[in-house]
Design a protein around this ligand. Structure first.
Ligand code: NAI
Length: 319
């Protein structure tokens, strides 16, 4: 394994998300140590990463300035936690989403790390105040929540514990930029962080529209994939407002009354159960049968689309 001037990063948990982080950090020139309690998981992860990187190189989508061999040489497995974290600048925890398990791991790390390494969790929805409560090194702790698949979807939400040092946020932000990700700072924790709050707002209204018999499930999905989603891959909802009138102030002048009128008609939180689940499930299964083979093939297709979109976005950014 090669060492790197950029420094060493530890990935704790070598499942789906751990593997992606490993590839991203290697693309940024970091030495990556993959740790897991299951030795077989580490072996599988290293094989899987090699296979993925070959495909990425063949399709010209490998990230970073280093070639595949150089990136692979930066990644190694490690089954001893103490040895793995020695000299690391950043530890990215990626174990299953279970508060007690994650708390146990951070307590373990708290006992063996120095005062400089960043302790970062990939948690999708556990609040930093719960995850890092009572740790001696709480100033160095942060949630860095990626979006699946992180190799193609660059957003990372950074969420601090109330006692996280501003320098921890700054260092993690800079590190994420260095590996080509797109970090956003939440200034304080909130349930669902930002991405899932937006996602759940959309899912709620989608559900109400289908439940109310206004649109079929497939037409509802088209509203996003062939409508709003087309723009949102390039500009967010606020910039959309700015561009869809003569600037933001003009948009609010023109449309705020209409927005408020429509928003008042939104219904209560759906139950996501009963006849509507049946109806939506039938429509989805007609399109993509829910056996493992069809689901995996459709995910592969989605990831391929995302890879092409990521390429297009990076070309646009350099123009
Ligand atoms: P996964 O189940 O694929 O992988 C978890 C890995 O952790 C396994 O390899 C397991 O052997 C290992 N592990 C379990 N206990 C451990 C311990 N005590 N020490 C070290 N390793 C241990 O899980 P996945 O999907 O990679 O998720 C990891 C984290 O990332 C979760 O917090 C999840 O919420 C978050 N996340 C997941 C996303 C997804 O779409 N899968 C998206 C964004 C975040």
């Amino acid at each position: 394994m090669a060492t790197s001037a950029a420094g060493a990063v530890v990935i704790l948990g070598s499942g789906l998300i751990g593997r992606s982080w490993a590839m991203l950090f290697a693309s940024g020139g970091f030495e990556v140590k993959l740790y897991d309690i299951e030795q077989q998981q580490i072996t599988n992860a290293l094989e899987n990463i090699k296979k993925e990187m070959k495909l990425l190189e063949q399709s010209g989508s490998l990230k970073g300035a280093l070639n595949m061999e150089q990136q692979l040489s930066l990644i190694s497995g490690c089954s001893h936690l103490g040895k793995a974290v020695e000299g690391a600048i950043h530890i990215q925890e990626c174990v299953p989403e279970n508060l007690e398990l994650k708390k146990k791991i951070f307590a373990q790390l708290d006992r063996i790390v120095d005062d400089t390494v960043i302790l970062s969790s990939s948690s999708s929805c556990l609040l930093p105040s719960k995850l890092f409560a009572g740790l001696t090194h709480v100033k160095q702790c942060i949630v860095a929540h990626p979006v699946n698949p992180p190799y193609y979807v660059p957003l990372v939400e950074l969420i601090p514990h109330p006692e996280t040092a501003p320098a921890t946020m700054d260092k993690t932000h800079a590190l994420m930029k260095k590996i080509g990700q797109s970090p956003v700072r939440l200034l304080r924790e909130i349930d669902g962080f930002a991405l899932n709050r937006l996602q759940y707002a959309i899912i709620s209204e989608a559900w109400r529209l289908v439940e109310g018999g206004i649109l079929s499930p497939n037409d509802l999905d088209l509203v996003m994939s062939d409508g709003l989603g087309m723009r949102y891959a390039f500009i967010g909802p606020l910039e959309t407002m700015h561009l869809n009138a003569e600037g933001m102030v003009n948009y609010c002048d023109r449309y705020s009354e209409g927005m408020k009128r429509v928003l008042k008609t939104f219904g209560p939180i759906p139950e996501f159960s009963g006849a509507t689940v049946e109806k939506v499930n039938q429509a989805m299964c007609r399109k993509v049968p829910d056996d493992p083979g069809h689901l995996a093939a459709r995910r592969q297709w989605r990831d391929d689309c995302l890879m092409r979109l990521a390429k297009l976005k990076s070309q646009r950014a350099t123009q």
